[in-house]
Design a protein around this ligand. Structure first.
Ligand SMILES: Nc1nc2c(ncn2[C@@H]2O[C@H](COP(=O)(O)OP(=O)(O)OP(=O)(O)O)[C@@H](O)[C@H]2O)c(=O)[nH]1
Ligand SMILES: [Mg+2]
Length: 200
């Protein structure tokens, strides 16, 4: 797909009503600072339309990016940011949960983990939670440019084992710097544009 238009259409805070969108949605989850907004920029062919930051906790709202009036990318707030008060964390957790449970147009959930590290307990919780809500998360192993090529397979295996992934689950190594992996993610999105949740 050629990206013609991108538009940050809806920004939801903790108390906002979630939109009743009629276009397919593709959501990006993962801990703070893992690279969700950077991936969304790469998938929009934009340098910095989605706000990114070296300070974790940048995206604190659920942001819906309308792409070509054909689909939405949904940038979810990052979890696991230690400096956010527990009460705020619970609110965000509830909001993400509400979104996963209620969105009728959500086709796929991408869960981002840092390719360099073993998945955290929160990553595992998020993975299980996505499955519990009826989705099969596609894992994106971010910051691929930060490890040696020779280490990729080993790290992918570490992620599969750490998350105790389902058989046949997909892991896509990705770098926002080199854009490696972007086409594979795009192909998955295009293949799932018209499917029901159960097939996503
Ligand atoms: N080298 C490298 N840096 C990356 C990559 N992806 C993201 N980063 C950097 O990691 C930092 C965080 O990226 P963001 O895209 O803002 O992360 P996020 O997941 O949206 O973070 P929150 O909004 O806080 O949840 C930024 O400094 C990015 O430049 C990557 O593939 N390679
Ligand atoms: Mg972000």
């Amino acid at each position: 797909m050629i990206i013609r238009d991108v538009n940050l259409e809806t920004v939801c805070g903790v108390t906002s009503k979630l939109p009743d969108n009629t276009l397919p949605e593709f959501a990006f989850a993962g801990k703070s600072n893992v690279g969700k907004s950077s991936l969304i920029n790469a998938l929009m062919n934009r340098k910095s339309y989605a706000r990114t930051s070296s300070q974790p906790g940048k995206t604190q709202t659920i942001n819906f990016y309308n792409i070509n009036n054909a689909l939405y990318y949904v940038d979810l707030p990052g979890y696991g940011y230690a400096k956010v008060a527990l009460e705020a964390k619970e609110k965000w957790g509830k909001m993400i949960e509400r979104y996963l449970k209620r969105s009728e147009m959500l086709k796929m959930v991408f869960l981002l983990v840092d390719i360099r590290h073993e998945p955290s307990a929160n990553d595992k919780l998020m993975y299980d939670w996505i499955i519990y809500n009826g989705y099969h998360p596609v894992i994106i192993a971010t910051k691929l440019d930060k490890i040696n090529r020779s280490q990729i397979q080993k790290h992918v295996k570490m992620i599969r084992e750490g998350l105790e992934m389902e058989k046949g689950g997909i892991v896509i190594p990705f770098s926002a710097e080199t854009k490696q992996g972007r086409d594979e993610i795009w192909n998955l999105i295009e293949a799932n544009l018209g499917t029901g949740e159960e097939e996503a």
